[in-house]
Ligand binder design. Structure first.
Ligand SMILES: [Zn+2]
Length: 432
Protein backbone atom coordinates (compact mmCIF):
# COMPACT_ATOMS: atom_id res chain seq x y z
CA UNK A 1 0.00 0.00 0.00
CA UNK A 2 1.06 3.53 -0.67
CA UNK A 3 0.99 6.05 -3.49
CA UNK A 4 3.25 8.07 -5.74
CA UNK A 5 3.53 11.79 -6.06
CA UNK A 6 5.12 11.68 -9.47
CA UNK A 7 6.74 14.01 -11.95
CA UNK A 8 7.30 17.03 -9.79
CA UNK A 9 10.53 19.05 -9.64
CA UNK A 10 12.62 19.81 -6.58
CA UNK A 11 14.00 23.22 -5.60
CA UNK A 12 16.95 22.69 -7.97
CA UNK A 13 14.52 22.00 -10.84
CA UNK A 14 15.47 18.29 -10.94
CA UNK A 15 12.58 15.90 -11.73
CA UNK A 16 11.48 14.16 -8.54
CA UNK A 17 8.89 11.53 -7.60
CA UNK A 18 8.25 10.22 -4.12
CA UNK A 19 6.47 7.08 -2.93
CA UNK A 20 4.53 7.56 0.29
CA UNK A 21 3.80 4.64 2.57
CA UNK A 22 1.83 5.33 5.73
CA UNK A 23 3.07 8.56 7.29
CA UNK A 24 6.50 8.45 5.67
CA UNK A 25 8.40 8.88 2.42
CA UNK A 26 9.41 5.33 1.47
CA UNK A 27 11.21 6.08 -1.80
CA UNK A 28 12.55 9.03 -3.74
CA UNK A 29 13.33 8.86 -7.46
CA UNK A 30 15.27 11.76 -8.96
CA UNK A 31 16.03 12.56 -12.56
CA UNK A 32 13.55 10.22 -14.29
CA UNK A 33 9.82 10.09 -14.81
CA UNK A 34 7.50 7.64 -13.07
CA UNK A 35 4.21 6.21 -14.37
CA UNK A 36 1.32 7.26 -12.15
CA UNK A 37 -1.36 4.67 -11.45
CA UNK A 38 -4.92 5.53 -10.45
CA UNK A 39 -4.02 6.11 -6.82
CA UNK A 40 -1.08 8.37 -7.53
CA UNK A 41 -0.80 12.13 -7.89
CA UNK A 42 0.55 13.43 -11.20
CA UNK A 43 2.34 16.58 -10.09
CA UNK A 44 2.74 17.97 -13.64
CA UNK A 45 6.04 19.69 -12.99
CA UNK A 46 4.91 21.41 -9.79
CA UNK A 47 7.51 22.16 -7.15
CA UNK A 48 7.71 19.41 -4.53
CA UNK A 49 8.89 21.02 -1.31
CA UNK A 50 9.11 19.89 2.28
CA UNK A 51 6.00 21.23 4.06
CA UNK A 52 6.64 24.79 5.20
CA UNK A 53 7.16 25.51 8.91
CA UNK A 54 6.01 28.71 10.63
CA UNK A 55 7.20 29.15 14.21
CA UNK A 56 5.10 32.29 14.79
CA UNK A 57 1.31 32.23 14.39
CA UNK A 58 -1.71 33.24 16.47
CA UNK A 59 -4.53 30.70 16.46
CA UNK A 60 -6.55 32.80 18.99
CA UNK A 61 -7.72 29.58 20.60
CA UNK A 62 -9.03 29.53 23.34
CA UNK A 63 -10.90 32.74 23.97
CA UNK A 64 -10.76 34.70 20.75
CA UNK A 65 -12.22 32.15 18.38
CA UNK A 66 -14.26 34.86 16.63
CA UNK A 67 -10.86 35.87 15.15
CA UNK A 68 -9.52 32.35 14.44
CA UNK A 69 -9.52 28.84 15.92
CA UNK A 70 -7.30 25.81 15.47
CA UNK A 71 -9.53 24.44 12.72
CA UNK A 72 -9.67 27.58 10.56
CA UNK A 73 -6.08 28.53 11.33
CA UNK A 74 -4.80 25.09 10.35
CA UNK A 75 -6.83 25.24 7.13
CA UNK A 76 -5.25 28.61 6.34
CA UNK A 77 -1.84 27.06 7.01
CA UNK A 78 -2.54 24.11 4.68
CA UNK A 79 -3.55 26.50 1.89
CA UNK A 80 -0.28 28.33 2.36
CA UNK A 81 1.76 25.14 2.02
CA UNK A 82 2.48 24.95 5.75
CA UNK A 83 2.49 21.55 7.45
CA UNK A 84 3.76 22.65 10.88
CA UNK A 85 2.93 25.85 12.72
CA UNK A 86 3.64 26.97 16.27
CA UNK A 87 0.94 29.05 17.96
CA UNK A 88 1.45 31.84 20.45
CA UNK A 89 0.10 31.64 24.02
CA UNK A 90 -1.58 35.08 24.31
CA UNK A 91 -5.03 33.48 24.38
CA UNK A 92 -7.85 33.73 26.95
CA UNK A 93 -7.20 31.96 29.22
CA UNK A 94 -3.53 32.22 28.35
CA UNK A 95 -1.44 29.09 27.77
CA UNK A 96 0.25 29.41 31.15
CA UNK A 97 -1.35 26.37 32.73
CA UNK A 98 -1.11 22.63 32.08
CA UNK A 99 -4.89 22.07 31.97
CA UNK A 100 -5.39 24.85 29.40
CA UNK A 101 -2.56 23.46 27.30
CA UNK A 102 -3.98 19.93 27.46
CA UNK A 103 -7.43 21.14 26.41
CA UNK A 104 -5.92 22.96 23.43
CA UNK A 105 -3.88 19.87 22.47
CA UNK A 106 -7.10 17.84 22.40
CA UNK A 107 -8.75 20.35 20.09
CA UNK A 108 -5.67 20.35 17.88
CA UNK A 109 -5.73 16.53 17.66
CA UNK A 110 -9.42 16.60 16.77
CA UNK A 111 -9.69 19.64 14.50
CA UNK A 112 -6.37 20.76 13.03
CA UNK A 113 -5.39 19.41 9.60
CA UNK A 114 -1.72 20.39 10.03
CA UNK A 115 0.69 19.99 12.95
CA UNK A 116 0.05 22.77 15.49
CA UNK A 117 2.64 23.16 18.27
CA UNK A 118 1.55 25.43 21.11
CA UNK A 119 3.95 27.74 22.92
CA UNK A 120 3.48 28.27 26.64
CA UNK A 121 3.67 31.61 28.42
CA UNK A 122 6.98 32.53 29.99
CA UNK A 123 5.21 34.41 32.79
CA UNK A 124 1.72 34.01 34.28
CA UNK A 125 -0.74 35.73 31.94
CA UNK A 126 2.29 37.19 30.12
CA UNK A 127 2.23 39.91 32.77
CA UNK A 128 5.99 39.65 33.18
CA UNK A 129 5.87 39.10 36.94
CA UNK A 130 5.76 35.42 37.91
CA UNK A 131 7.39 32.67 35.85
CA UNK A 132 5.19 29.74 34.81
CA UNK A 133 5.97 26.12 35.72
CA UNK A 134 8.39 25.43 32.86
CA UNK A 135 9.01 21.77 33.68
CA UNK A 136 5.31 20.87 33.93
CA UNK A 137 4.37 22.85 30.80
CA UNK A 138 7.24 21.33 28.85
CA UNK A 139 6.12 17.83 29.89
CA UNK A 140 2.62 18.80 28.72
CA UNK A 141 4.03 19.52 25.27
CA UNK A 142 4.96 23.22 25.26
CA UNK A 143 6.95 23.96 22.10
CA UNK A 144 8.97 26.76 23.75
CA UNK A 145 8.38 29.65 26.15
CA UNK A 146 7.42 33.20 25.21
CA UNK A 147 5.34 36.20 26.24
CA UNK A 148 4.87 37.18 22.59
CA UNK A 149 2.56 40.12 22.09
CA UNK A 150 4.42 42.09 24.74
CA UNK A 151 8.04 42.60 25.66
CA UNK A 152 9.38 41.16 28.93
CA UNK A 153 10.09 44.38 30.80
CA UNK A 154 12.19 42.98 33.66
CA UNK A 155 15.74 41.89 32.84
CA UNK A 156 15.77 39.85 36.05
CA UNK A 157 12.67 37.89 35.00
CA UNK A 158 14.14 37.23 31.56
CA UNK A 159 17.44 36.12 33.11
CA UNK A 160 15.68 33.70 35.47
CA UNK A 161 13.53 32.34 32.61
CA UNK A 162 16.61 31.74 30.48
CA UNK A 163 18.35 29.89 33.31
CA UNK A 164 15.35 27.58 33.71
CA UNK A 165 14.96 27.05 29.98
CA UNK A 166 18.66 26.27 29.61
CA UNK A 167 18.37 23.55 32.25
CA UNK A 168 15.39 22.02 30.44
CA UNK A 169 16.99 22.36 27.01
CA UNK A 170 14.07 24.42 25.69
CA UNK A 171 14.06 27.73 23.79
CA UNK A 172 13.12 31.23 24.94
CA UNK A 173 11.37 33.20 22.21
CA UNK A 174 10.92 36.94 22.60
CA UNK A 175 8.87 39.83 21.34
CA UNK A 176 11.41 42.59 21.93
CA UNK A 177 9.89 45.87 23.03
CA UNK A 178 10.86 48.19 25.86
CA UNK A 179 7.58 49.83 26.84
CA UNK A 180 9.27 52.76 28.56
CA UNK A 181 10.45 53.74 25.07
CA UNK A 182 7.58 52.46 22.95
CA UNK A 183 4.22 53.02 24.68
CA UNK A 184 2.55 50.59 22.24
CA UNK A 185 -0.92 51.15 23.74
CA UNK A 186 -0.86 54.79 22.61
CA UNK A 187 0.97 54.40 19.32
CA UNK A 188 0.29 52.52 16.10
CA UNK A 189 3.13 53.13 13.65
CA UNK A 190 6.86 53.63 13.56
CA UNK A 191 8.44 56.88 14.63
CA UNK A 192 9.51 58.21 11.27
CA UNK A 193 8.51 60.10 8.15
CA UNK A 194 4.87 58.95 7.96
CA UNK A 195 4.23 59.65 11.66
CA UNK A 196 5.79 63.08 11.35
CA UNK A 197 3.88 63.99 8.19
CA UNK A 198 0.53 62.96 9.68
CA UNK A 199 1.16 64.22 13.19
CA UNK A 200 1.23 60.88 15.02
CA UNK A 201 3.39 59.70 17.92
CA UNK A 202 5.48 56.76 16.76
CA UNK A 203 7.15 53.63 18.12
CA UNK A 204 10.92 54.21 17.90
CA UNK A 205 13.31 51.60 16.48
CA UNK A 206 15.40 51.64 19.62
CA UNK A 207 12.57 50.18 21.74
CA UNK A 208 13.11 46.88 19.91
CA UNK A 209 16.90 46.92 19.65
CA UNK A 210 17.38 47.70 23.36
CA UNK A 211 15.64 44.46 24.29
CA UNK A 212 17.52 42.44 21.68
CA UNK A 213 20.82 43.80 23.06
CA UNK A 214 19.85 43.08 26.67
CA UNK A 215 18.63 39.59 25.86
CA UNK A 216 21.64 38.44 23.84
CA UNK A 217 23.84 39.32 26.82
CA UNK A 218 21.55 37.34 29.12
CA UNK A 219 21.48 34.45 26.63
CA UNK A 220 25.27 34.50 26.49
CA UNK A 221 25.44 34.28 30.29
CA UNK A 222 22.97 31.38 30.49
CA UNK A 223 23.78 29.39 27.35
CA UNK A 224 20.09 29.15 26.42
CA UNK A 225 18.83 29.08 22.83
CA UNK A 226 17.26 32.51 22.46
CA UNK A 227 15.09 33.32 19.42
CA UNK A 228 14.11 36.87 18.45
CA UNK A 229 10.60 37.27 17.02
CA UNK A 230 9.81 39.44 14.00
CA UNK A 231 13.01 41.50 13.74
CA UNK A 232 12.17 44.87 12.18
CA UNK A 233 15.10 47.25 12.61
CA UNK A 234 18.63 47.69 11.27
CA UNK A 235 19.97 48.07 14.84
CA UNK A 236 18.51 44.71 15.89
CA UNK A 237 20.16 43.05 12.90
CA UNK A 238 23.50 44.58 13.89
CA UNK A 239 23.18 43.42 17.50
CA UNK A 240 22.30 39.87 16.42
CA UNK A 241 25.15 39.80 13.90
CA UNK A 242 27.67 40.80 16.58
CA UNK A 243 26.24 38.31 19.10
CA UNK A 244 26.44 35.46 16.58
CA UNK A 245 30.06 36.39 15.84
CA UNK A 246 30.77 35.97 19.57
CA UNK A 247 29.12 32.54 19.55
CA UNK A 248 25.89 33.41 21.39
CA UNK A 249 23.09 30.88 20.73
CA UNK A 250 20.79 33.50 19.24
CA UNK A 251 18.51 33.04 16.24
CA UNK A 252 16.01 35.35 14.58
CA UNK A 253 13.00 35.40 12.31
CA UNK A 254 11.66 38.08 9.96
CA UNK A 255 8.14 38.45 8.57
CA UNK A 256 7.29 38.87 4.88
CA UNK A 257 5.62 42.24 5.52
CA UNK A 258 8.78 43.66 7.10
CA UNK A 259 10.77 42.55 4.04
CA UNK A 260 8.28 43.91 1.50
CA UNK A 261 6.78 47.05 3.00
CA UNK A 262 8.08 50.20 4.65
CA UNK A 263 6.47 53.33 6.08
CA UNK A 264 6.58 55.01 2.64
CA UNK A 265 4.07 52.41 1.40
CA UNK A 266 1.39 53.27 3.96
CA UNK A 267 -1.54 55.02 2.22
CA UNK A 268 -2.12 58.67 3.10
CA UNK A 269 -5.64 57.74 4.11
CA UNK A 270 -4.87 55.53 7.11
CA UNK A 271 -6.15 51.95 7.14
CA UNK A 272 -5.62 49.62 10.12
CA UNK A 273 -4.54 46.78 7.83
CA UNK A 274 -1.20 48.61 7.97
CA UNK A 275 -1.06 48.40 11.76
CA UNK A 276 1.15 45.66 13.17
CA UNK A 277 3.69 45.36 15.96
CA UNK A 278 6.54 45.80 15.28
CA UNK A 279 5.37 48.44 12.83
CA UNK A 280 6.57 48.93 9.26
CA UNK A 281 9.90 50.76 9.50
CA UNK A 282 11.99 52.80 7.08
CA UNK A 283 13.34 51.78 3.68
CA UNK A 284 16.83 51.58 5.25
CA UNK A 285 15.55 49.11 7.83
CA UNK A 286 14.01 46.94 5.11
CA UNK A 287 17.34 46.94 3.27
CA UNK A 288 19.13 45.90 6.48
CA UNK A 289 16.66 43.06 7.06
CA UNK A 290 17.17 41.75 3.52
CA UNK A 291 20.95 41.94 4.01
CA UNK A 292 20.52 40.15 7.34
CA UNK A 293 18.70 37.27 5.69
CA UNK A 294 21.25 37.13 2.89
CA UNK A 295 24.27 36.89 5.23
CA UNK A 296 22.59 34.48 7.66
CA UNK A 297 22.17 36.89 10.58
CA UNK A 298 18.42 36.34 10.30
CA UNK A 299 17.83 32.59 10.26
CA UNK A 300 14.29 32.04 9.05
CA UNK A 301 10.95 33.50 8.02
CA UNK A 302 7.76 33.54 10.09
CA UNK A 303 4.39 35.08 9.33
CA UNK A 304 3.23 36.39 12.75
CA UNK A 305 -0.22 35.42 11.36
CA UNK A 306 -2.45 37.65 13.51
CA UNK A 307 -6.12 37.44 12.51
CA UNK A 308 -8.67 40.04 13.69
CA UNK A 309 -12.26 40.72 12.66
CA UNK A 310 -13.23 43.50 10.27
CA UNK A 311 -15.08 45.25 13.11
CA UNK A 312 -11.95 45.23 15.28
CA UNK A 313 -9.87 46.58 12.43
CA UNK A 314 -12.50 49.26 11.72
CA UNK A 315 -11.86 50.94 15.08
CA UNK A 316 -9.71 54.04 15.42
CA UNK A 317 -6.00 53.94 14.70
CA UNK A 318 -5.13 53.65 18.40
CA UNK A 319 -7.99 51.38 19.48
CA UNK A 320 -7.71 48.78 16.73
CA UNK A 321 -5.52 45.76 17.49
CA UNK A 322 -2.05 45.20 16.01
CA UNK A 323 -1.52 42.47 13.43
CA UNK A 324 -2.16 41.10 9.95
CA UNK A 325 -2.82 37.60 8.58
CA UNK A 326 0.00 35.93 6.69
CA UNK A 327 -0.28 32.17 6.25
CA UNK A 328 -2.07 32.17 2.89
CA UNK A 329 0.15 34.76 1.20
CA UNK A 330 3.63 34.24 2.66
CA UNK A 331 5.13 31.88 0.09
CA UNK A 332 3.80 33.56 -3.08
CA UNK A 333 4.86 37.01 -1.79
CA UNK A 334 8.44 36.00 -1.04
CA UNK A 335 8.76 33.79 -4.11
CA UNK A 336 7.57 36.59 -6.37
CA UNK A 337 9.62 39.37 -4.84
CA UNK A 338 12.84 37.58 -3.91
CA UNK A 339 13.22 34.49 -6.12
CA UNK A 340 11.64 35.76 -9.37
CA UNK A 341 13.73 38.93 -9.02
CA UNK A 342 16.95 36.97 -8.52
CA UNK A 343 17.74 38.28 -5.02
CA UNK A 344 17.64 34.77 -3.49
CA UNK A 345 17.58 31.33 -5.07
CA UNK A 346 14.62 29.01 -4.56
CA UNK A 347 16.66 26.54 -2.43
CA UNK A 348 17.80 29.47 -0.24
CA UNK A 349 14.22 30.69 0.23
CA UNK A 350 12.80 27.22 0.89
CA UNK A 351 15.44 26.34 3.48
CA UNK A 352 14.37 29.33 5.56
CA UNK A 353 10.78 28.07 5.60
CA UNK A 354 11.69 24.41 6.23
CA UNK A 355 15.06 22.92 7.19
CA UNK A 356 16.35 25.93 9.12
CA UNK A 357 13.42 26.46 11.53
CA UNK A 358 13.23 22.68 12.01
CA UNK A 359 16.90 22.61 13.02
CA UNK A 360 16.58 25.65 15.32
CA UNK A 361 13.76 24.04 17.29
CA UNK A 362 14.83 20.41 16.92
CA UNK A 363 11.78 19.34 14.89
CA UNK A 364 11.84 16.09 12.86
CA UNK A 365 10.42 17.86 9.78
CA UNK A 366 11.54 20.16 6.98
CA UNK A 367 13.47 17.74 4.75
CA UNK A 368 12.66 15.39 1.86
CA UNK A 369 14.40 12.13 2.68
CA UNK A 370 13.52 8.46 2.58
CA UNK A 371 12.22 7.42 6.00
CA UNK A 372 11.17 10.96 6.94
CA UNK A 373 7.62 12.13 7.59
CA UNK A 374 5.72 12.71 4.35
CA UNK A 375 5.05 16.40 5.10
CA UNK A 376 4.99 17.92 1.66
CA UNK A 377 3.84 21.04 -0.19
CA UNK A 378 3.13 20.97 -3.92
CA UNK A 379 3.49 24.45 -5.38
CA UNK A 380 2.72 25.72 -8.88
CA UNK A 381 5.57 28.15 -9.48
CA UNK A 382 4.20 29.10 -12.91
CA UNK A 383 0.81 30.31 -11.80
CA UNK A 384 0.09 33.99 -11.21
CA UNK A 385 -2.89 35.00 -9.12
CA UNK A 386 -4.06 38.10 -7.31
CA UNK A 387 -4.39 38.06 -3.53
CA UNK A 388 -8.07 38.19 -2.61
CA UNK A 389 -8.75 38.14 1.16
CA UNK A 390 -12.35 37.03 0.49
CA UNK A 391 -11.00 33.64 -0.57
CA UNK A 392 -9.00 33.04 2.64
CA UNK A 393 -9.69 30.00 4.82
CA UNK A 394 -8.60 32.10 7.80
CA UNK A 395 -11.37 33.97 9.61
CA UNK A 396 -9.08 37.01 9.32
CA UNK A 397 -9.16 39.19 6.19
CA UNK A 398 -6.76 41.78 7.57
CA UNK A 399 -3.92 42.17 5.10
CA UNK A 400 -2.28 45.11 3.32
CA UNK A 401 -1.49 42.80 0.37
CA UNK A 402 -5.00 42.64 -1.07
CA UNK A 403 -4.82 43.03 -4.86
CA UNK A 404 -1.12 42.11 -5.17
CA UNK A 405 -0.43 39.80 -8.11
CA UNK A 406 1.89 36.96 -7.06
CA UNK A 407 3.42 33.92 -8.66
CA UNK A 408 4.01 30.55 -6.94
CA UNK A 409 0.82 29.22 -5.35
CA UNK A 410 0.45 26.03 -3.30
CA UNK A 411 -1.80 23.45 -4.95
CA UNK A 412 -1.76 20.62 -2.40
CA UNK A 413 -0.54 19.99 1.11
CA UNK A 414 0.25 16.59 2.58
CA UNK A 415 0.79 15.98 6.30
CA UNK A 416 2.06 12.63 7.51
CA UNK A 417 1.18 11.07 4.14
CA UNK A 418 -2.40 12.39 4.11
CA UNK A 419 -3.60 14.97 1.58
CA UNK A 420 -5.09 17.59 3.91
CA UNK A 421 -5.80 20.19 1.26
CA UNK A 422 -5.86 20.26 -2.54
CA UNK A 423 -6.91 23.26 -4.60
CA UNK A 424 -10.26 22.83 -6.40
CA UNK A 425 -10.07 19.12 -5.51
CA UNK A 426 -7.63 19.17 -8.42
CA UNK A 427 -5.31 16.48 -7.09
CA UNK A 428 -6.16 12.83 -7.47
CA UNK A 429 -5.27 10.13 -5.02
CA UNK A 430 -3.84 10.08 -1.56
CA UNK A 431 -7.22 10.55 0.17
CA UNK A 432 -6.94 7.75 2.62
ZN1 LIG B 1 5.16 39.83 18.72
Amino acid sequence: MGYWIANAVDADDVPISIFIEGACIARIVRGESVDVDNDGIDAQGWLLAPGLIDVHTHMRDPGYTHKEDVRSGAQAAARGGFTTIACMPNTQPPLDDVAVLHALQERIDREACVRVLPYACMTRGSHGVQLTDFAALRRAGAFAFTDDGVGVQSAARMFEAMQRAAMLGVSIVAHCEDESLAMPKERAITQGAYAQKHGHMGIPNVSEAVHVARDVLLAEATGVHYHVCHVSTAQSVDVIRQAKARGVRVSAEVCPHHLLLCEDDIPDVWDNNWKMNPPLRSRADVDALIAGVTDGTIDCFATDHAPHTEAEKARSMIDSPFGIVGLETAFPLLYTHFVRTGIWTLPFLLARWTRVPAALFDLPFGVLEEGCFADVALIDTRETRTIDPQTFASKGRNTPFSGWACQGWPVATIVGGRVVWARDGGVRGGER
